[in-house]
Ligand binder design. Structure first.
Ligand code: SF4
Length: 278
């Protein structure tokens, strides 16, 4: 397999192997010329190619067929589950990139319920990037104090305000990554929730779900994890899928004791099946 990075890569050369069992990416050829933005978008082409071939690539063995069916089944059932079970938070209605980015900074390492009142107060006090750029750090720190890391977070927020007040929030993965307190998850979440790009999001909670269901040992920082998440993501419903898997991980497939008796996926979940006795 040639070296490649699916998301935001400026160095994609070729893709010669599958990233998900039973999916063939060998016929995909990335652009070898073009500007940075065009080459960056090559990552989307990988994803589209994999998804388009999800249903049509002939599987080479029974395991691949079963795996593919499990992926399709999980994706469809998760979206059905989301119809009645999605949680409601103020940032989920936001499409303003500034509001989305602020939410992603506050949500890092913090439960969504805790963030809710802080997010509302912060945006009421600093409704724009310009307001944030001119914020008094002590005042901002007091608003976000209960979330922890208030010095780092307030520093990052003010710097983001100062850097982006004239240009706005970038719609470019690499540019987002250059902002303080923005990693791969926050960059992809911003592009997905603010700009409707089909970007996967992967954190420890999402990985737990994939590991349990598909019998994987992914780490949320691993390239293979992100490639897997990209291939599972439905390109035409990425926003809803990403929100659904976050909620499913938080409400049903919980870390210590998963609520399997409320889960729609017991029939195909490897973790559940392996823990049945008798
Ligand atoms: S059956 Fe249990 S372990 Fe498996 S996905 Fe559902 S909640 Fe998680």
């Amino acid at each position: 397999m040639s070296e490649y990075r699916v998301w935001g890569s400026r160095d994609i050369k070729s893709v010669e192997a599958v990233t998900l069992d039973g999916l063939d990416s060998s016929s995909w050829k990335p652009p070898t010329s073009g500007n940075t933005s065009e080459r960056s978008n090559a990552g989307f082409d990988v994803l589209r190619h994999l998804i388009e071939n999800l249903s049509f690539t002939p599987a080479t063995n029974k395991t691949a067929v079963k795996h593919r069916q499990t992926v399709e089944h999980f994706r469809a059932d998760l979206l059905d589950w989301a119809e009645d079970n999605m949680r409601s938070f103020p940032w989920r209605d936001a499409t303003d990139p500034y509001e989305v980015l602020v939410a992603e900074i506050l949500l890092q390492k913090t439960a969504a319920e805790k963030v809710e009142p802080i997010y509302t107060e912060l945006l009421a006090t600093y409704p724009s990037l310009k307001d944030l750029a001119e914020a008094d750090q002590d005042r901002l720190g007091n608003i976000i104090y209960s979330l922890g890391f208030q010095n780092q977070r307030s520093n990052a927020l003010i710097k983001i305000g100062q850097e982006l007040r004239d240009s706005g929030v970038p719609q470019d993965f690499q540019d987002l990554l250059e902002l303080p307190y923005v990693g791969r998850y926050a960059a992809n979440a911003t592009l997905c929730f603010a700009y409707d790009e089909p970007r996967p999001i992967v954190d420890a909670n999402v990985v737990r779900v994939y590991n349990r269901i598909f019998d994987k040992e992914f780490d949320y920082r691993g390239e293979d994890t992100w490639s897997f998440a990209a291939a599972v993501l439905p390109a035409d419903d990425a926003r809803r899928y990403n929100l659904a898997i976050l909620d499913f991980a938080a409400v049903v497939c919980q870390p210590k004791v998963p609520v399997c008796d409320k889960c729609f996926f017991t029939d195909s979940c490897h973790y559940y099946q392996a823990n049945q006795t008798g």
